[in-house]
Design a binder for this molecule. Structure first.
Ligand code: SAM
Length: 358
């Protein structure tokens, strides 16, 4: 049982909807995007043990916090920021941000394998709730307003390069045979890319981004699935392409112990491997942003905390108290063991972004 628990923290598809259903996360979009067939392989709707729900809560809370700090900073400096989610899977973060007003956000890009983005595009297209948040509400120009004011019915042609585009609605366009989706305002883009082919692939993001804007990239449970050289190239690309950039990685650490042996064995039985899970602790995850192999001054500052440290020192006591009432969790030593094997690490470069941290 325990070994399965360790493994589950690696498989967000299976567990996110459980944590949302149990009340750990307030996410009205989870039931739309986290359906079993979108990566859930039939497990998405099952309730998971408290330890797993608590771990999911802590990592979601922590990554949300870093993203919110980034957006708050963008708002303060008066320049909307860009968020790029690598290996985004079924992630609902974009919709949660937009439901809260989307302040500080200029655009949000999600990347994953084509079979994942195609299913997500379908779900977005079929859900009025999701598609209504793809663009910011606009107002009709009044006689006194500027003639360049946007109108709600205006949808400019999409810049997404497309082999066989088809227009599905006024608020977004679908391309790449159904695997790419872009909102008319360019606020949201979903792109099919295999990140393992590294530099040449990651460069395909550039037409969708503005290199002068503050940019945050997220890699939640994705770098561990690719060789360290490939993820290093991606980190380097972000660090050299954007003047102001924050990278955020959520991943497992310290897999050289019994915990790691168990996890690797279980994954192997499921045909999965973790070539990128080579980091011993949160500091070494953070150091990937300061690696001399990236080149001079790519990222200037980095840090990292285990989920256990985040629980102990970052999440407010009221929030811990709230979730402690949801389910009975008495295996605190086991919780500490599991949470100490996962961390959130970040790296930052560029003025104003050094406080985007936990
Ligand atoms: C464990 S899931 C994490 C999903 C999401 N980031 C989250 O935390 O909920 C890993 C995701 O990374 C994607 N992924 C893994 N390797 C990838 C690659 N080489 N290129 C693009 N996406 C990849 C998978 O398809 C999957 O959706």
């Amino acid at each position: 049982m325990t070994t399965i628990l360790y493994l589950l923290l690696l498989l967000p598809y299976w567990i996110y909807s459980s944590a949302a259903t149990a009340g750990y996360l307030a996410d009205p979009f989870a039931s739309i995007l986290y359906k079993p067939s979108l990566g859930g392989q039939g497990h998405g709707s099952r309730r998971k043990p408290p330890l797993i729900n608590v771990g999911t809560h802590h990592r979601t809370w922590a990554v949300d916090r870093v993203v919110q700090l980034f957006l708050d900073t963008c708002l303060q400096i008066g320049q909307g920021g860009q968020v790029v989610s690598l290996g985004a899977g079924s992630d609902t973060r974009f919709w949660r941000i937009m439901e809260n007003g989307g302040d500080g956000l200029d655009r949000y890009i999600e990347v994953d394998f084509p079979h994942v983005t195609a299913l997500k595009a379908q779900r977005i297209a079929r859900s009025p709730r999701l598609s209504s948040l793809l663009n910011r509400p606009t107002t009709l120009p009044t006689p006194s307003s500027s003639s360049s004011s946007p109108s709600p019915s205006f949808c400019p042609p999409p810049p997404v390069p497309s082999s066989s585009p088809s227009s599905n609605s006024k608020s977004y366009t679908i391309s790449h045979g159904g695997a790419a989706l872009r909102s008319c305002s360019s606020l949201y883009t979903l792109l099919p890319l295999d990140l393992r082919t590294s530099t040449s692939t990651i460069r395909e993001l550039l037409p969708h981004l503005d290199s002068t804007r503050p940019t945050l990239f997220l890699a939640e449970c994705v770098f561990c699935y690719m060789p360290p050289e490939d993820s290093r190239e991606i980190v380097r690309w972000f660090g050299t392409t954007f003047t102001r950039c924050v990278g955020v990685v959520y991943e497992m650490i310290g897999l050289k112990d019994v915990f790691g042996d168990v996890m690797r064995r279980n994954l192997k039985m499921r045909g999965l491997s973790l070539p990128g899970a080579v980091f011993d602790d949160a500091q070494s995850q953070a150091n990937r942003f300061l690696d001399p192999a990236l080149g001079e001054g790519v990222f200037a500052k980095a840090g990292g905390k285990t989920l256990w440290e985040i629980r102990e020192g970052v999440i407010p006591p009221e929030e811990l108290q709230r979730i402690s009432k949801l389910e009975i969790l008495d295996e605190i030593e086991e919780l500490r063991l599991v949470l100490s094997h996962y961390c959130v690490a970040w790296g930052a470069k560029g003025e104003g972004l050094f406080d985007v941290m936990l």
